[in-house]
Design a protein around this ligand. Structure first.
Ligand SMILES: NC(=O)c1ccc[n+]([C@@H]2O[C@H](COP(=O)([O-])OP(=O)(O)OC[C@H]3O[C@@H](n4cnc5c(N)ncnc54)[C@H](O)[C@@H]3O)[C@@H](O)[C@H]2O)c1
Length: 275
């Protein structure tokens, strides 16, 4: 893997370059960045220096066609749900394996179907990273054995739910104790709370599906950060996971573990033993 494509040039892309720069196994000749049309100057300013720490050549494009001209071996999407819908299918159809971080986009059944059809047509695959969550290996294996239930609870400080429909249900500013404000399926959660959809969508896709995966959303003034808990009952294994995400310094909505999860996916392709 010598030519890495990155869609997006925000918090995750910048941190990812810093993390990749520390690994001696990675031997890239090119980093190619796909920016939103009209935003190439902003992208260049934000990322060029960091990307030059991981490859001698860095190129920026604002169309998928120009991006494909750079012939990336692997593309990492860390932009937005819109980028998954608008850019990823064409990459897959061109046979380029693509790692997706904005997994909440696949809560839309049409987008999920389009991603699958495009990967099949291109003879490649879309890889969904665990991102902010862990234990996806055990959950996806349990899916093969048969799952009875998956229940996911997202617990965040009240301020983290600002700008979501939780504001219409709770007085977030004066909340003195934990309050559950949503229970429903992963599809309902991802639709009503799209900015918080990634983890619910990842669990749904790995396990019981969008309609059978249960989701609870909680605002908790005592939460030390973004807490993800889930319980799995299956024919192979029953387990409970609890992860306390640490917020990324530049974007409190993004858990730093997401950056390391994407880095692992890339570095596993460069390492002699993948784990
Ligand atoms: N899977 C997970 O657990 C997980 C966790 C955290 C974040 N995420 C997702 O990762 C994505 C990136 O997160 P971030 O913290 O870097 O966000 P960010 O807002 O800091 O950066 C996103 C960048 O993408 C650019 N962009 C937007 N639309 C684009 C397009 N169509 N093409 C190319 N670039 C485009 C933006 O201008 C911005 O620079 C988000 O969609 C977020 O939901 C996933």
């Amino acid at each position: 893997m010598r030519r890495l494509g990155i869609i997006g040039y925000g918090n995750i892309a910048a941190m990812l370059c810093d993390v990749l720069a520390t690994d001696p196994n990675l031997d890239l000749e090119l980093v190619s960045v796909l920016a939103r049309p009209g935003r190439i100057d902003h992208a260049t300013e934000a990322l060029r220096e960091k990307a030059l720490n991981i490859a001698p050549e860095v190129d920026f494009s604002e169309s998928v066609k120009a991006f494909l001209d750079d012939a990336p071996d692997l593309v990492v999407e860390c932009a937005t749900h819109h980028a998954v819908r608008d850019s990823v299918p064409a990459l897959l159809r061109a046979g380029v394996e693509t790692v997706i971080a904005s997994i909440g986009a696949l809560a839309d059944a049409e987008i999920e179907a389009e991603i699958a059809a495009s990967a099949r047509a291109g003879g490649t695959r879309a890889v969904l990273v665990p991102g902010a969550i862990g234990g996806i290996d055990a959950l996806a294996a349990a899916k093969i054995a048969g799952i009875e239930s998956v229940t996911y609870t997202s617990r965040k400080p009240p301020a983290a739910w600002r700008g979501t429909p939780a504001e219409d249900i709770l007085d977030l500013a004066s909340l003195a104790e934990e309050a559950e404000f949503f229970t429903g399926s992963a599809r309902e959660a991802a639709t009503a709370y799209p900015k918080n959809a990634n983890v619910a969508a990842t669990l749904a896709l790995a396990g019981a599906g969008f309609d059978a995966t249960r989701v609870r959303l909680i605002a908790d003034p005592a939460a030390p950060g973004n807490i993800h808990e889930y319980e799995v009952r299956s024919n192979a294994v029953n387990f409970t996971m609890r992860l306390e995400g640490k917020a990324s310094p530049d974007n409190p909505k993004t858990s730093v573990s997401t950056v390391y999860s994407i880095a692992r996916e890339i570095l596993n392709r460069a390492a002699p033993i993948a784990v």
